[in-house]
Design a protein around this ligand. Structure first.
Ligand SMILES: [Mg+2]
Length: 111
């Protein structure tokens, strides 16, 4: 099963819409960012590792970070799918990339 940004946003809107405050979700997002920093510090040896499977923990904390970032977008009724496409298009022009996300998706759909 694939998770799309659209369906994740819709799901999190149902979960948090109408009661959750963006400040609370943002504090959770920052907390998750700290957890990612801790894992990266363990991986690089700057901090002693508490876990054997830092790769799995990194994935888990990145998923948490995405959860709260998309939840903030959801309760603000932002169309993240469209925003991501537009931002990538602007960045690809600014940084003179040969392609962009929209073209990449189109090339995958043609396969
Ligand atoms: Mg976490």
């Amino acid at each position: 099963m694939k998770v799309s940004i659209d369906i994740l946003e819709e799901y999190l809107h149902e979960r948090y819409g109408g009661w959750a405050k963006e400040e609370g979700l943002f504090m959770k997002l920052v907390e998750e960012m700290g957890e990612i920093a801790e894992i990266l510090n363990m991986r690089s040896g700057r901090k002693s590792a508490k876990s054997e499977d830092l790769q799995a923990e990194l994935g888990s904390e990145l998923a948490d970070l995405i959860h709260y970032a998309v939840a903030i977008a959801a309760i603000n009724n932002l169309d993240l799918n469209e925003i991501i496409l537009q931002k990538d298009k602007k960045a690809s022009i600014k940084y003179h990339h040969d392609t962009n996300l929209e073209k990449f998706i189109q090339s995958k759909e043609q396969l």
